[in-house]
Design a protein around this ligand. Structure first.
Ligand SMILES: [Zn+2]
Length: 263
C-alpha cells in the first residue's frame, strides 16, 4: 500500500508507488541465478559495501511511473540487456537504430530519481532544486531542448562504457552481475564540473555536469564515449583499471565476497 503524498513529478496528491532509483529490472537480473545481489557504494575511501538491499521509496504516482516506464525505461533497459541485437568487435559494442533521445532521457530519469531521493544511500547525489526542476521538466515534456539553441545534453554529457577486466581476474559474468551504485566525483578544477556514475550489466554510465560559461565550448566539446544523437551508437570497451575508483571498489568487493562465501 502506498501513502498519500505529493508526486514528485506531477505534484498531484495521490497514492505514491514504491519506486526504485535504479530500475527494478536490474535488481531482478542481479538476483537471477545466484539469488545474491552485490551492490557497491564507493566513497572517498574506496571502500566497497556489500549489500543485498533493494531500496525503494515513495516518489511517484502510478501515472508518472507508467509514463517514465513506457516512454524511456522499456527501451533503455532493453538496449543494455538485449545482447542478440548487439555487434561486438575487439574494442567496441555497436548498437544500430539507436534512439538517442529516448535513451538519453532514460539515463536522465535515473539521475533525477537519485537526486530527489531521500534514501540515505543517495544523499550524496544532490543536484539542487533548480536542476532537479529542469530535469523533471525535460522528462515531462519528453524533450532535450531547453531553448532555441540550448539542449540539456550540452550541460549533462553522458558517456557509456563497457567495462571488462583484461587481466582476467574478474570474468565477464561477475562484472555484469555487479551493480555499482551511484557515486560522484568533483573535477580537479571548478570548470571540470562534476561526475556522477553508476554501473549495471557491465556498462559504466557517467554523467558529466559542467556549468561552463562559454556557450560555444558547451555546445562543441565532446567527452570520451559520449552518447550522441546518431542512429548508430558505438560504446567503447575499456579495462577496469582505467577507472581507479571503480577498480579499487571491485578489489575491495572481491575481498569481501571471498569472506562472505567462506561464512
Ligand atoms: Zn505524478
Amino acid at each position: 500500500m502506498g501513502t498519500e503524498k505529493n508526486c514528485r513529478m506531477c505534484n498531484a496528491s495521490k497514492t505514491l508507488q514504491k519506486s526504485h532509483i535504479i530500475p527494478r529490472s536490474y535488481f531482478k537480473s542481479l538476483k537471477g541465478n545466484c539469488g545474491q545481489l552485490f551492490s557497491v557504494t564507493v566513497d572517498e575511501t574506496s571502500e566497497a559495501k556489500l549489500t543485498n538491499s533493494d531500496p525503494k521509496e515513495h516518489l511517484l504516482c502510478r501515472e508518472c511511473e507508467q509514463y517514465l516506464s513506457v516512454n524511456f525505461e522499456k527501451y533503455g533497459t532493453r538496449l543494455l540487456k538485449d545482447r542478440q541485437k548487439v555487434k561486438r568487435s575487439k574494442d567496441c559494442v555497436v548498437f544500430e537504430n539507436f534512439r538517442f533521445k529516448e535513451f538519453y532521457l532514460y539515463l536522465i530519469s535515473i539521475l533525477w530519481r537519485a537526486s530527489i531521493s531521500s534514501l540515505p544511500r543517495y544523499k550524496h547525489i544532490d543536484l539542487g532544486n533548480e536542476i532537479n526542476h529542469l530535469l523533471c521538466h525535460c522528462l515531462q515534456e519528453n524533450k532535450i531542448r531547453i531553448q532555441t539553441s540550448l539542449r540539456l545534453d550540452h550541460f549533462f554529457k553522458i558517456s557509456l562504457i563497457r567495462i571488462v577486466d583484461k587481466t582476467g581476474q574478474l570474468d565477464d559474468e561477475a562484472i555484469k552481475k555487479t551493480m555499482v551504485d551511484f557515486n560522484f566525483e568533483r573535477g580537479e578544477e571548478i570548470d571540470d564540473g562534476m561526475l556522477y556514475y553508476f554501473m549495471v550489466d557491465g556498462f559504466l554510465i557517467i554523467y558529466h555536469f559542467s556549468p561552463e560559461k562559454d556557450i560555444h565550448t558547451v555546445r562543441t566539446k565532446k567527452n570520451f564515449a559520449q552518447i550522441l544523437n546518431k542512429n548508430r551508437l558505438c560504446v567503447p570497451i575499456s579495462d577496469l583499471s582505467n577507472f581507479k575508483q571503480l577498480a579499487d571498489g571491485f578489489a575491495s568487493l572481491t575481498k569481501q565476497a571471498i569472506k562472505y562465501n567462506k561464512r
